[in-house]
Design a protein around this ligand. Structure first.
Ligand SMILES: [Zn+2]
Length: 85
């Protein structure tokens, strides 16, 4: 089970379509179980589509930074070892 922090670290690769199948599955499992990350994933994907339309190929730093701040606010995980359960 990925923590939200790990999810965010892999999100770039996933959206960049460089992630392998196993990683994709782990990320999809996380978004299916974590509403906060789902929102971030969905928003980022849509944002990326717009940016790609404008020719950029990567998530701009400021967008990524904003997402990190957003999730830090919304998720309680401090990044230590993820939540149990
Ligand atoms: Zn999460």
């Amino acid at each position: 089970m990925l923590t939200c922090k790990e999810f965010l670290q892999e999100l770039n690769e996933f959206l960049d379509e460089t992630a392998d199948q196993e990683l994709r599955e782990r990320l999809m499992t996380h978004v299916s179980e974590c509403p906060n990350c789902f929102v971030i994933f969905d928003t980022t994907r849509k944002t990326l589509r717009v940016y790609k339309g404008l020719e950029a190929q990567e998530i701009p730093d400021d967008v990524h930074k904003r997402l990190m701040e957003l999730i830090a606010k919304r998720c309680k995980c401090s990044g230590a070892s993820g939540g149990g359960a």
